[in-house]
Design a protein around this ligand. Structure first.
Ligand code: UTP
Length: 301
């Protein structure tokens, strides 16, 4: 790649979100809230913290809610202003900070994550870029977000960087899995990558999670990528082709990842963020204890 700063972040949000049907019939998965903010906001904040100033959302015709969320809400703002609700007004106004722009591109058909990323090519052009999947929520309490850790590594190494974490072997079929040379600290050179291998075929148990810093060369490789696992155009396959030409590093990020593309992951994230929230922590704790006592899971003190 090269050591140029990563300014553009791509958010592929044109998937069908079938695991959250029927809710996702009308509410895009990325708009599901963790406490009071939609998943997409957490990912956007992470990208901004990493220094990105151009946010590219890959959407489809059913995802107006995502574009609306980042648009100005004139009527709502007027009403809040008139009724003196300054705190709420600030929340609504500062969804995106000054100097950060949102660009929307369409993926007409859900042909896969790789195809969605390729749709961002005209906006990203010939520079390294980030990809964030908002349903992977990564929490690094008080420290740098996962993407900032990765852009720092990309800047110092000049390589593409892919977020990874260990998963139980029986789960390899749900992830891209990487083979690496030995790790030095948190990163190791990727020697192979394969999408959703069976536990028997998986080259390791190091799984790709939804954060990438990629060389623009990936776009050319995506153009040549044919449908792979699940009949979809896979980002993993283009990254696999990239390995023959450029270095890509697997990075074990600091932080906890919640897989909010699953029911239990969304629930887990909600509980963790509630327990960490000044106003909610105490009532959330009490409510959970009461529920566990009522269900007979624990004894009341
Ligand atoms: P997922 O595999 O989570 O698929 O996509 P999905 O459609 O969102 O959800 P399920 O599995 O049906 O419940 C991973 C990411 O890639 C995006 C999704 O929006 C999600 O952020 N994606 C996937 C696209 O943007 N376009 C596609 O064609 C496929």
């Amino acid at each position: 790649m090269n050591n140029r700063t990563v300014r553009k972040a791509v958010f592929p949000v044109a998937g069908l979100g079938t695991r959250f049907l029927p809710a996702t019939k009308t509410v895009p998965k990325e708009m599901l809230p963790i406490v009071d903010r939609p998943l997409i906001q957490y990912a956007v904040d992470e990208a901004i913290q990493a220094g990105c100033d151009t946010l590219v959302f890959v959407t489809n015709r059913y995802k107006h809610a995502v574009a609306d969320y980042f648009d100005k809400a004139y009527e709502l703002e007027q009403k809040l202003e008139r009724s003196g609700k300054q705190e709420q007004l600030d929340l609504v106004r500062h969804v995106l900070p000054e100097g950060v722009r949102a660009v929307f591109v369409t993926q007409a058909e859900a042909l896969g994550l790789g195809h969605a990323v390729l749709c961002a090519k005209p906006v990203v052009g010939d520079e390294p870029f980030a990809v964030l999947l908002p349903d992977d929520l990564i929490w690094n309490r008080g420290g740098d977000g996962a993407l900032k850790q990765m852009t720092d590594l990309a800047a110092s190494s000049g390589a593409s960087v892919i977020a990874t974490q260990e998963v139980p072997r029986e789960q390899t079929g749900s992830y891209g899995i990487v083979a690496t040379e030995g790790f030095s600290g948190r990163s190791g050179r990727i020697t192979g990558i394969v999408e959703k291998p069976s536990p028997e075929e998986a080259p390791s148990t190091l799984a790709v999670v939804g954060r990438y810093v990629l060389s623009p060369r990936v776009f050319d490789l995506l153009e040549a990528t044919r449908p792979g696992a699940g009949g979809e155009i896979q980002l993993t396959d283009a990254i696999s082709a990239l390995l023959a030409e450029e270095t890509a590093l697997a990075y074990r990020f600091k932080g906890t990842r919640f897989d909010c593309g699953t029911h239990i992951g969304l629930i887990e994230a909600t509980i963790r963020y509630a327990l960490d929230n000044e106003k909610l922590s105490e009532p959330a704790r009490r409510m959970m204890t009461d529920a566990l006592v009522e269900m007979g899971v624990i004894d009341s003190e």
